[in-house]
Design a protein around this ligand. Structure first.
Ligand SMILES: Cc1cc2nc3c(=O)[nH]c(=O)nc-3n(C[C@H](O)[C@H](O)[C@H](O)COP(=O)(O)OP(=O)(O)OC[C@H]3O[C@@H](n4cnc5c(N)ncnc54)[C@H](O)[C@@H]3O)c2cc1C
Length: 507
C-alpha cells in the first residue's frame, strides 16, 4: 500500500504538491515534506497562465486573498517586443479572439478580410489584448444567454510568498514539515526502489512514494536513480538567466513583457511591491557581464538587489516517474520561462499524479502511461517555445543561428499547415490552444496564403457586419473594466507596511 508520501523540497513545486495532496489525499496518506533553508529555493517563477486559477479553485483558495498574500497582480497575456522584427510587438493574449461561426474558427473570417485588403488587426477582436493595451482589468460575470466576454486571466506573483502561503495551507491540513538537508537516499536492494532519505544529523525518513521537488539538482530522480536527461538545447538555445527585482514604476500593466535582446530576451513582471526582471540568454553568444549590463540598463526603476545568476540546460528527465519517485518542478526538467509554463507543468503533474495515485502498489503500466502523457505535454510546449526563436525576424549572429536551426518535424508540420490555409489543430495533451498558436504565428510573421473555403459563404456585407459586431463587443466589454491599479486597490491590495518591508527582497 502506498500511504507514506515524502516530498523532498519546499519550493513552489514542493508546497504546491503538499497542498494538493493534503486537500485530496489527506485522509488516506501520511504526507511529509523535507526542505533545507540553507540551500533555499530558486526564488524566481513569477508569471503564470490561466490554468492556475483552476488549481487554486480546487484548493478552495479565495482569489483576492491569494493575490494579496502573494503581492500579486493580474495578467492578461504576454507582450513580445522585437521578436517578429526589431521594431514590432505583438501580444499573446489569453481568452478568445472573435467568435467562431458555423463550422470554422473565427480567424478564417479575419484571414479572408485581410486577403481582401481589410485593415483590422487580429487583436482588435481580443478583449484581453485590448484591455492590456489600456492597462485595464476586471472580472466579468458570464451569464447564460449573453455573449461570453472573451476575457481570461492569470497572475504575476512573488514565488516565495506563494510557497509560504501554500505551506500554511498544507500544514493546517496535516502535512508534517522537517527542516534539514538530505545527505543520502537509501535504495532497496531487491528492486532499487527508494526506501528512505537520510538527513544531516542522521534522521531517516522512510516512505512508499517520493516526490522529488529538489530543484535542478534532482536529488532523488537523478542523483540517486540516474534516470537520465533529454537535452533540448539544440531547439531552446538559452542556458543562463540573470534575475533582478527593481522598484516599481509607471502604470501597473496587466501583462508580462518579453523583450528580445541580442542573445536572448528580457522579462518584466509587475508585482504590487516591485517589478521582477530577468535576462535569459545563450552563453555561447554573450558573456555574463554583458548580459547583466543589458539587464540593468533596461529596468523601470533602481535595482533592489544584485542580479542572481542561474544556469540550466533545456530539457526533461527521461522518465518523470521512475520506480517509486515522481519528479516535479525543476527536478523534472526545465524549459525557459518565455511562455510562463513551469509552474503550470508542476500543476499538471500534480493533477496527473492524483489521477494515477496507486490504488495499492505501483503498477508498471500506470507509470508508463503517466510518463507517456507527461512526455506529450512537454514536447508540445517545447515546440511552441522553439517556434518563437526559429521564426524570428531579427539581425545578429544569435538570431540568425536560431533561424537556421533544424526544428522538430512536428513543428515544421504545424507551421506548414498554418501557412497553407490557416489551419491549426490541437491534440489532446497539448497545453496551448489554437488561439495561442494563432497569435504567436501571426505575430511572428507567418502569413497563410489561403483560408478555409467556408469563410466565403458570407457575402461581403455579412462579413463586414460579423466582424463589426465582434469588434463592438470587445469595445463594450473593455469599456466597462476599471484600471488594473484601481481593481487591485479595491479588491486585493497588500497592506502598505509589507509593501515597504519586502521591497528589498531578492527575486
Ligand atoms: C530564470 C527562471 C525564471 C523562471 N520564471 C518562471 C515564470 O515566470 N513562470 C513559471 O511558471 N515558472 C518560472 N520558472 C520556474 C519556477 O521557478 C519553478 O518551476 C518553480 O519555482 C519550482 O521550483 P522548484 O520548487 O522545482 O525548485 P526550487 O525552488 O529550487 O526548490 C527546491 C527545494 O528543494 C530543496 N532542496 C534541495 N536540495 C535539498 C537537500 N539536499 N535537502 C533538503 N532540501 C533540499 C530546497 O531547499 C528547496 O526547498 C523560472 C525558473 C527560472 C530558472
Amino acid at each position: 500500500m502506498v500511504t507514506r508520501v515524502v516530498i523532498v523540497g519546499g519550493g513552489s513545486a514542493g508546497w504546491m504538491a503538499a497542498a494538493a495532496l493534503a486537500r485530496f489525499l489527506g485522509q488516506r496518506a501520511d504526507i511529509r515534506l523535507v526542505e533545507s533553508e540553507e540551500i533555499g529555493t530558486v526564488g524566481v517563477g513569477e508569471a503564470t497562465i490561466p490554468q492556475l486559477r483552476l488549481f487554486n479553485a480546487r484548493l478552495g483558495l479565495d482569489e483576492d486573498e491569494f493575490v494579496r498574500e502573494t503581492a500579486g497582480t493580474f495578467k492578461l497575456g504576454i507582450e513580445f517586443v522585437g521578436w517578429g522584427a526589431p521594431d514590432e510587438r505583438y501580444i499573446h493574449a489569453f481568452g478568445t479572439i472573435g467568435r467562431d461561426l458555423g463550422l470554422i474558427p473565427f480567424h478564417h473570417y479575419w484571414l479572408r478580410h485581410r486577403a481582401e485588403g481589410g485593415g483590422a488587426s487580429l487583436w482588435d477582436f481580443s478583449a484581453c489584448a485590448q484591455a492590456a493595451r489600456l492597462n485595464r482589468f476586471g472580472r466579468w460575470e458570464e451569464r447564460p444567454g449573453r455573449l461570453p466576454s472573451g476575457l481570461n486571466h492569470a497572475f504575476h506573483f512573488d514565488a516565495s510568498l506563494y510557497a509560504a502561503y501554500l505551506r500554511r495551507y498544507a500544514e493546517a491540513r496535516g502535512v508534517r514539515r522537517t527542516g534539514g538537508k538530505v545527505k543520502d537516499v537509501v535504495l532497496r536492494g531487491e528492486d532499487g526502489f527508494v526506501e528512505a532519505v537520510v538527513l544531516e544529523g542522521d534522521e531517516r525518513i522512510g516512505g512508499d512514494l517520493f516526490l522529488d521537488c529538489s530543484g535542478f539538482r534532482g536529488l532523488v530522480i537523478e542523483q540517486a536513480l540516474e534516470t537520465g536527461y533529454d537535452d533540448w538545447s539544440r531547439w531552446l538555445p538559452c542556458d543562463r538567466a540573470l534575475a533582478v527585482p527593481c522598484a516599481a514604476g509607471g502604470e501597473l500593466t496587466p501583462y508580462t513583457r518579453a523583450s528580445a535582446r541580442d542573445a536572448g530576451w528580457q522579462w518584466r513582471i509587475p508585482l504590487q511591491h516591485r517589478t521582477g526582471n530577468g535576462h535569459v540568454y545563450c552563453s555561447a553568444f554573450t558573456s555574463e557581464d554583458e548580459a547583466a549590463r543589458v539587464l540593468l540598463a533596461n529596468l523601470d526603476g533602481p535595482a533592489l538587489a544584485d542580479p542572481l545568476p542561474l544556469r540550466f540546460v533545456a530539457g526533461k528527465r527521461r522518465k518523470a516517474w521512475n520506480r517509486n519517485c515522481v519528479a516535479l518542478g525543476l527536478a523534472s526538467g526545465f524549459m525557459e520561462p518565455l511562455e510562463s509554463t513551469s509552474i503550470h507543468l508542476v500543476q499538471s503533474a500534480i493533477s496527473r499524479l492524483l489521477q494515477f495515485f496507486p490504488a495499492s502498489s505501483i503498477i508498471a503500466e500506470e507509470v508508463d502511461e503517466y510518463n507517456r502523457q507527461t512526455d506529450a505535454e512537454w514536447l508540445s510546449i517545447r515546440d511552441f517555445l522553439a517556434f518563437h526563436y526559429w521564426a524570428n525576424g531579427r539581425d545578429g549572429e544569435f538570431w540568425r543561428a536560431c533561424r537556421d536551426m533544424a526544428v522538430p518535424e512536428s513543428l515544421e508540420r504545424r507551421v506548414a499547415l498554418f501557412r497553407a490555409n490557416g489551419r491549426i489543430f490541437r491534440h489532446s495533451e497539448e497545453l496551448f490552444a489554437e488561439v495561442g498558436w494563432l497569435q504567436v504565428m501571426t505575430g511572428q510573421g507567418v502569413t497563410p496564403t489561403g483560408y478555409h473555403p467556408l469563410a466565403d459563404q458570407l457575402s461581403p456585407g455579412q462579413l463586414a457586419e460579423f466582424l463589426g459586431l465582434a469588434r463592438k463587443h470587445v469595445d463594450h466589454v473593455v469599456g466597462q473594466l476599471p484600471s488594473h491599479a484601481d481593481f487591485i486597490a479595491r479588491h486585493c491590495a497588500i497592506p502598505e507596511p509589507r509593501a515597504a518591508a519586502s521591497a528589498g527582497a531578492g527575486p
